[in-house]
Design a protein around this ligand. Sequence first.
Ligand code: NAD
Length: 256
Amino acid sequence: MSREQPGRFDGRVAVVTGAAAGIGRACAATLAAGAAHIIAVDRDERVNDPMTVPERLWSAVHGDLTLPATVEQLWHVADKAGRCAILINSVFAEERATLSNGTEAGWMHTFRVSTLTAVLLSQAFVDRADGDSAAIVNVASVHAFGARNGFAAYASAKAALLAFTRAAALEWGPRHVRVNAVAPGFVAVERNAHVWKDPHVREQLARANPLGRLGAPADVASAVAFLASDEASFITGAVLPVDGGLLAKLPEEPSP
Ligand SMILES: NC(=O)c1ccc[n+]([C@@H]2O[C@H](COP(=O)([O-])OP(=O)(O)OC[C@H]3O[C@@H](n4cnc5c(N)ncnc54)[C@H](O)[C@@H]3O)[C@@H](O)[C@H]2O)c1
């Protein structure tokens, strides 16, 4: 799963949200392969299982990040591990509904989990961050750049996450905290297996981008690890699409 260079994050404490599954899990595994100590947070109890990561590099916090008790436990565990250097915000929620059918509760929950969690954790992180090499990476989405029916709340929350990324980069740059984002296209994870396991849908999804394949969690994790690393030491406020070129592509013109 991991393409990490050994020792790249040696001794750094990295908080990764949504680390039980999918992209968050891949980010955690990739940072751990570079010897970061992962504080893995998720409401899914699989967060307790380090899987391929050595146990000494894995501290799990099992809970819902919208609950103050989980956040308190997270910082308790992180502070015991050392000074925090990396924060990866990967949890999300979405209300799949048209604008006519979407509910206030659905929009609130989508923003609460997908945007506000990242804001609040980042604020707490900055006060703890290791001033020389601290980095926040927010996992946004191509939905922040283009609309698709049924995704209004999710897309709006991800666009807000990008606005937050830029504002935070500006304000926290002088404190040597870099803040960047990735914008994945379709990434095949267990949660959306019902979509990509259908060969016809899979082919259509693959054909939608110039590289002609679906994204894998490790594709996103590599980009996240780069932005979190010293190799990106002069990059802040940036958004890196990890989408096989989807955002670069205009629809084909009809041929006469
Ligand atoms: N998979 C894709 O196609 C894709 C595309 C673009 C962006 N993304 C983004 O990537 C990130 C990860 O998504 P994924 O596809 O890996 O999904 P996933 O469902 O595999 O992982 C999300 C994890 O977040 C956890 N989580 C959700 N709400 C939580 C909460 N309130 N408290 C604690 N944990 C919570 C879930 O339990 C889950 O383990 C999300 O921000 C998503 O918007 C995914």
